[in-house]
Design a protein around this ligand. Sequence first.
Ligand SMILES: NC(=O)c1ccc[n+]([C@@H]2O[C@H](COP(=O)([O-])OP(=O)(O)OC[C@H]3O[C@@H](n4cnc5c(N)ncnc54)[C@H](O)[C@@H]3O)[C@@H](O)[C@H]2O)c1
Length: 350
Amino acid sequence: MRIFVTGGAGFIGSAVCRHLIGDLGHEVVVIDKLTYAANLASLAPVSDSPLYKFAKVDICDAPAVAALFDRHAPDAIIHLAAESHVDRSISGPGVFLQTNVIGTFTLLEAVRAYLAGAGKAKSDSFRMIHVSTDEVYGSLGDEGLFTEETPYDPSSPYSASKAASDHLAKAWQRTYGVPVIVSNCSNNYGPYHFPEKLIPLMILTALEGRPLPVYGDGANVRDWLYVEDHARALALILGRGRPGETYNIGGRNERKNLHVVQRICEAMDRLHPDGAPHERLITFVADRPGHDRRYAIDAAKLETELGWRAQETFETGLEKTVAWFLENEAWWRPLRQGVYGGQRLGLIQA
Ligand SMILES: NC(=O)c1ccc[n+]([C@@H]2O[C@H](COP(=O)([O-])OP(=O)(O)OC[C@H]3O[C@@H](n4cnc5c(N)ncnc54)[C@H](O)[C@@H]3O)[C@@H](O)[C@H]2O)c1
């Protein structure tokens, strides 16, 4: 297959490209604007392949997107391009609405026009995966899980913009028959993770021997999935998922944030004993405004209908991730020095 991957230079998008090209032998055209979050070094393992192509395009640029469909005639699109960091959405929500909502609208219209001019065989087989987050469902209490039927109740500008884009995707499927499948995944982590997100930020800050800032009381719960398990799930959904359906993706790995940071400290003590015990660096800082208390995904539909299973537990995935960051300073050092140095984002000034 020839697959468009929007946001392919980002964290999850690059894992999807490495899987589609490296493991499955598909042809991939990456469509990416190359924002601060993009890193072409994350595509280095596949960028020499004849199966790989790259287009520096903003998904909000309708003529440029249409030209890509004309030129490459794809069989599918996996849409991951987005602004993705909750703290940045609190500081500056405008770009989240632009890329996540208007960008998704632009892509949906491009797919609709492309399929209107394509033959029946292409229209019947074409798939668009709209990649979204569990954050659209809002916050859970101590019990219960998000299912595909859980009503949307987003809390942050980020999750509200993702919720809006999910609604557009479903509306374009029902109204125009655009063959969209929506996936809602829990928090990802793993190699090539931009170091503004919790796990890589804590690994690099611990490595520098600096205080590890835990928001609030550290009791917020997230459900963690190793990024390569997400990439495998998306490939499976692309091949076997049903248009118009939603699939929740999650690894059944609920952890309190404080617990996550403590496990990182333990892994650092083992793999990088200088500065141990790293747990002494943990400090509690002002909470994130609107911080959802708990997310937890019920992935039963994906597991029973498509036979997906996460291959990594939180413990095996975290160990691999810490080891990867320790071994790949050449990847993260330029980001840490030039793009984002670890300063606090997303506090509302009084
Ligand atoms: N990271 C997670 O834990 C997580 C969990 C569930 C779902 N998601 C969703 O998965 C997708 C990918 O997340 P990620 O963590 O890899 O994000 P990321 O921030 O690492 O990467 C986003 C990519 O999109 C590109 N991009 C941004 N605006 C663009 C535009 N206007 N046009 C073209 N490209 C643009 C960026 O350059 C970057 O390469 C997002 O839609 C996100 O909402 C993320």
